[in-house]
Design a protein around this ligand. Structure first.
Ligand code: NAD
Ligand code: TYD
Length: 361
């Protein structure tokens, strides 16, 4: 057995990371390159949708020129994937690329079916074609596949799947495909289902960064429904450590639930962010940010509560979250305050102009 976060016991020489320019993928690549004795190459495949920002990894691209390779590629493009797998002799995949926002999945579900289901299928087929040279397909998934909890109980690995949104249904489908490729074709695979992540580089459509940035601009802070929906918040670096631990020591064919031990009602989080900002950077007019809280129409099919039982990964792989929600949230707020240029580029869309100049539309 290994301790959480220990260096690789399996040698991945050419690790393909999909969606590495998004929130969790970019944190994972930075965490692996900076903190760990990883001597292989990372090939980051990302199509750079609105959520993909190469600026998230500008430091890594500069510091690890021979170890970090970026390929602007859509996982729905099979021929391009085949060329990358063969050119870089890919021996492992860590699969983050997805359409990831529930509200968007309600408006435009088709993109979720293509990327999350068809894209995952393409990756599995391409990995399978590598035969014995292929060591591991790790699939990053969500606790939302289990549906919604009432006031009591926790999601376990054997909780039945009951996805409620087009997003969670598409992730459930991709989980099933990964499992099937392990069972039917013996493709070495692991799956992690985690709770809501937060931390640096999260796109400001998700609750925490959206509230931080709106509060700084004195804009309304939209809280869906009665604000009492509960999520179990996981600091993104804790998640990175869990993924790497599973990739190295997890049993092939197994699923591991990863949670932050931090159940919070949405309204409490929004209030906490207001109070942290009032403390670090009081509003110019001196008003308390809590006055900006605005209850809005609920999300259709809004899951009431998510909470994770992470005892399997804790027992089997000795992983548990390190960050407390109070300190993690404060660190996150401070990060957004410090990253004025990053925030401005996201808000003005300047990063997308840059992508067009570099790669064409
Ligand atoms: P994100 O939206 O921030 O990033 C997704 C990345 O995937 C972007 O860089 C985007 O450009 C890329 N991408 C999208 N479609 C693509 C395609 N067709 N081909 C290639 N690249 C494509 O997402 P995230 O929050 O970093 O989530 C990463 C993974 O973790 C997803 O699979 C998501 O389902 C899962 N997850 C996220 C959370 C969370 O709280 N954020 C929780 C549980 C699970
Ligand atoms: P979100 O960050 O979109 O993640 P997910 O839907 O995957 O859990 O939302 C987290 C919670 O916050 C969820 O219960 C919906 C709620 N929410 C709001 O109340 N207001 C908002 O503006 C957003 C984006 C989310």
């Amino acid at each position: 057995m290994m301790t959480a976060g220990n260096q690789s016991t399996i040698e991945f020489k050419n690790l393909l990371v999909t969606g590495g320019c998004g929130f969790i993928g970019s944190n994972f690549i930075r965490w692996l390159m900076n903190n760990h004795d990883f001597s292989g190459r990372i090939i980051n495949v990302d199509s750079l949708t609105y959520a993909g920002n190469p600026e998230n990894l500008a430091d890594i691209a500069a510091d690890f020129k021979s170890q970090y390779i970026f390929q602007k590629t859509d996982i729905c493009d099979v021929a391009a994937l085949e060329a990358i797998f063969s050119r870089f002799a890919i021996d492992a995949v860590c699969h983050f690329a997805a359409e990831s926002h529930v509200d968007r999945s309600i408006k435009t579900p088709g993109d979720f079916i293509q990327t999350n289901i068809v894209g995952t299928f393409n990756l599995l087929e391409t990995a399978k074609a590598r035969g014995d040279q292929f060591k591991l397909f790790h699939h990053v998934s969500t606790d939302e596949v289990y549906g919604s909890l009432g006031a009591e109980g926790l999601f376990r690995e054997d909780t039945p799947y009951r996805p409620n949104s087009p997003y969670s249904a598409s992730k459930a489908a991709s989980d099933h495909l990964v499992r099937a490729y392990y069972k039917t074709f013996g493709l070495p695979a692991t799956i992690s289902n985690c709770s809501n992540n937060y931390g640096p580089y999260q796109f400001p459509e998700k609750l925490i960064p959206l509230v931080i940035l709106n509060a700084l601009e004195g804009k309304p802070l939209p809280v869906y429904g009665d604000g009492k929906n509960v999520r179990d918040w996981l600091y993104v670096e804790d998640h990175c450590e869990a993924i790497w631990t599973i990739m190295n020591a997890g049993r092939r064919g197994e699923t591991y639930n990863v949670g932050g031990k931090a159940e919070m009602e949405n309204i409490v989080i929004v209030q906490m962010i207001c109070d942290i900002l009032d403390d670090i950077q009081p509003a110019r007019d001196g008003k308390a940010r809590r006055q900006l809280i605005t209850f809005v129409k609920d999300r259709p099919g809004h899951d009431r509560r998510y909470a994770i039982d992470f005892s399997k990964i804790n027992r089997a792989l000795n992983w548990s979250p390190r960050e407390s929600f109070t300190s993690g949230l404060r660190k996150t707020v401070q990060w957004y305050l410090n990253q004025k240029k990053w925030v401005e580029n996201i808000k003005t869309g300047a990063y997308q102009q840059w992508i067009e100049e570099q790669y064409g539309s």
